[in-house]
Design a protein around this ligand. Sequence first.
Ligand code: BGC
Length: 718
Amino acid sequence: MLRILCLMVLLAAPAAAQNLDSLLARMTLDEKLGQLNLLSADGKASQQQMQLVRAGRLGGLFNVIGAENTTAAQRVAMTDARLKIPLLFGLDVIHGYRTIFPIPLGEASAFDPDAAEATARAAGQEAAAFGINWTYAPMVDIARDPRWGRIAEGSGEDPYLGSQLAAARVRGFQQTIFATAKHFAGYGAAEAGREYNETEISQRTMREIYLPPFKAAVDAGVASLMSAFNDNAGIPSSGNAWLTDTVLRREWRFKGFVVSDWTSVAELINHGVAGSQAEAGRRALTAGVDMDMQSTIYADSLAALVRSNRIPMRVVDSAVMRILRAKKRLGLFQDPYRAKTAPANADLRALARRVAGESIVLLKNDSGRGAACCAPTLPLSANAGPIAVIGPLADNKEEPLGPWHTQGQASDVVTVLQGIKAKVGAGTQVLYAQGAGFEDTSTAGFADAVAAARQAKVAILVLGERGDMSGEAASRSELGLPGVQEQLLEAVAATGTPVVLVLMNGRPLILPWASDHVPAIVETWFLGVEAGNATTDVLFGDVNPSGRLPVTFPRVLGQIPIYYNHRNTGRPPDPNNHYTSKYLDVPVTPRYPFGFGLSYTTFSYGNLKLSSARARASDTVTATVTVTNTGSREGTEVVQLYVRDEVASVSPRVRQLEAFTRVTLKPGESRAVSLRVPLRNLAFYGLDMKPVVEPGTFRVFVGPNSTEGLEATFECIR
Ligand code: BGC
């Protein structure tokens, strides 16, 4: 009798009190496979989904919106289901929940991991207040091809910057909710920039370029990784045991779980590596993909394979345990509803404005009169006479939210026109004309725009892409301004009124005419709810721009892929030698290089010193350089350190970013800035595919971007 009583108590006890092994031992096969099943809701769980929760056949839901709806579904899991295992509630909180921050590519321009951590923390807190406990971010895919629309969601082309930001965002989100590093791996290398396309990444390039941000996320304690859609050299990422088992679990000792991307388990059939749903499920699960997003294959088709021993029960058990452990680590067994309060709105908006300001990159700032003698066009003076504000994005509240803005509302957005009007006040006339829509073929609106520009002392053109022209499934084959925007720009510039081009876009655009003819160009990406205020802060000099490009801007489409950390080739470009690596019709250099961005002040670099001329592979070399603000305004410089391995057994990259820091200096102020380079970070994958730092000379460059800087060398000794 006592035994029966004990058993009854055990069965009724909340899972919190139990250890996970005994919980697993009590699960039926269907309940186990249920934990591996993840479904998207349409705002709230459907009746059918609630029934799955009740039956213990669903481990998590995503796209459940609002605490009321997450609570309702969680209540079913915690009261009606036999084992009372809490649900995960996922959502793509990419760069904000309701308060939308800059798109990740924009935020990467700030070269400021603290800022990335702060926005991720705030986004996580806000999402948690609405019942979300798991985000599908950060996206840490390296992207070298701006045709690929998802370049907007990542940190650009560089593995070092990407790793710093990946770790920062994981730390930020995971203050309240779980993060997911995605898309594992190589998805950003889609051939021809075409979404979902195959990739062909060598193991060396995979390990040196595409994997480091994932490793950084794992080291920062990320709870989950998402397996990608792409196949690499014929092996789909959602069925690639080398990635999800050998590298992730064995080498990196990742203890979290892997979720598939949306139906990427089922898509193994389209990839041609599985002939049936069951085979697709077996391939994915045995490769190490624990949770099946949206295919329902694990829940519906794997039980028979387990019963017939074609999938060992231990494989299922390991996957289930990883998910149960994650739920426990998140505290869901103790507190399944996790009522959280969102940060104050004013704080969120202040953070959004500050980080948006940091994310803006000043690409060009010449005199508006075309003469070198005169002052640069920017910053503007608030009382300098009528200002024309023109373009489809000038007063647009939707697009600054970018391609993936969760619960962001257009009504929360401050437009550039609103920001400028608020800044200049009633004393300065602001003349607005839309000029053209995004993809208009008609030039009918040009006359108003030209008339406004004629009356003005300066014309600010806000041009670019619609928010959904980047992001998922938004590859473009031409990277100019859509529609007649380029003609609008040229028509306004023809008035002779100095033009400031404010760009909003999710990727590098290719704008040769503007780069040659427009005196001032400001890259603002999609900055989120504070877009208009942050842009105005920069246009009028309240914020001195400090953003730097996290991705190379090509001159022409034919240069793609173009990135700064390429190898030298056997015939590096030489204008005096025909048979060298170059084009007949365009220079090999980019329009704007990685790391580039201007300021309203100027900086000089001097006195570069290394802490030692000789160091071992286990040592750290510190570079110290004196940076001086040589202009007349306070400004922030992003000091960048690159290294080149002069001779190695595998052809080295011409430069690789190894450190950076932001330094704010008053006019005339100098500071000695130190940057540390642990030599183990200089390792490459050798001929035997093992990481190695080979003895020899290393050249260090410290400067304002990837093409300039002071140089010094040190020897790596055995
Ligand atoms: C995207 C993922 C996203 C998932 C869930 C997929 O289409 O590739 O990045 O997390 O949908 O919304």
